[in-house]
Write a protein that binds this ligand. Sequence first.
Ligand SMILES: NC(=O)c1ccc[n+]([C@@H]2O[C@H](COP(=O)([O-])OP(=O)(O)OC[C@H]3O[C@@H](n4cnc5c(N)ncnc54)[C@H](O)[C@@H]3O)[C@@H](O)[C@H]2O)c1
Ligand SMILES: [Zn+2]
Ligand SMILES: [Zn+2]
Length: 339
Amino acid sequence: MKIGVVEKPGVLKIADRDVPKVTNPDDVLIKVKRVGICGSDIHIYHGKNPFATYPRVWGHEFVGEVVEIGSVVNGIQKGAHVVVEPIIYCGKCYACRQGRGNICETLKVMGVHIDGGCQEYIVVPAANVHVLPTPLSWDEAVLIEPFTIGAQAVYRGNVLPGDFVLVMGAGTIGLTALQMAKLAGATVIVTDLVPAKLDYAKSRGADFTINAKDEDLTARVREITGGMGPNVTIDAVCIKTSFEQAVEITSAAGRVVELSFNEIKSEIAPVNIIKKELTICGSRLQTKRFPVVIDCLKQGKIPLEGFITKIYPIADMVEAFDFVDKNNASVRKVVISFD
Ligand SMILES: NC(=O)c1ccc[n+]([C@@H]2O[C@H](COP(=O)([O-])OP(=O)(O)OC[C@H]3O[C@@H](n4cnc5c(N)ncnc54)[C@H](O)[C@@H]3O)[C@@H](O)[C@H]2O)c1
Ligand SMILES: [Zn+2]
Ligand SMILES: [Zn+2]
């Protein structure tokens, strides 16, 4: 079978490997149909993901059809269309005991710490598999994982109906946060530097958009929120200054949700946190957000038109990565197809 593997930083290849077998009774074998390329896959390609080890079959956003099931697997039939939750956790550490396997002490993410979904067939634990409702196409289903990231940010920020939410950045993750915040009943303001990205955010339900290059972000946000500031700020720009700005701008009793894996330090005065009793939280991957997103999609609550920029056959995988690299200002999601 074909696999897409980053052999070492900068070297991305299609290679051959034997089809894996179900050896654990609680595993399933999946014929992969689609794999989404995420910013973090690009980082792995370029050797800029601090968690990745090589060689690595990339891909943590993947969907496919179950073709074999282990002897003790219940509730999943051969032929089921599924999305895979790409995290493996111990179930015993403090975070896991809080139901937060996404930040397990020994967390392993498929496609990062262990091999991921860019392979024609993959064996995964049945516990990591969510069966898709029937009308969902592969092209829709492959967007479930990115939407769980936005859903987690909204969950971590405890977005309440009537809240003002500022989503910084209308990239892939910012857009998913926007759509999930709208579903939570918030008024959403989105920033970016690229007009086309803001136009798309508007078409996805953004109530206000601000081009941070041309406008004074703080002044505009204050104006929109009647001087208060947003109650929740979700940082999906993830640079040194965006975190600083988020703390500065968020309202009293507000929440700042930080998504950045950035190792560069931001400068934040403690007084700006305590005077407003801000809650500043990290949001990493997701906990229990797959069923939430799947349910929203099933009910047609998340319009996905235009979210996928381009689909490439597996044979053109390297070209697909280069396309994402060269078109960062316009790409939302590029997907690899195994059909
Ligand atoms: N915590 C997590 O679980 C998690 C998961 C996925 C991605 N991420 C992180 O989220 C970040 C965003 O990911 P993405 O895939 O959406 O990236 P992206 O590049 O698609 O989006 C970033 C967006 O920010 C915009 N931008 C840049 N500078 C800006 C500024 N000063 N003001 C306003 N907008 C600005 C860009 O134009 C772009 O649209 C990345 O840093 C990524 O590592 C975190
Ligand atoms: Zn991703
Ligand atoms: Zn654990």
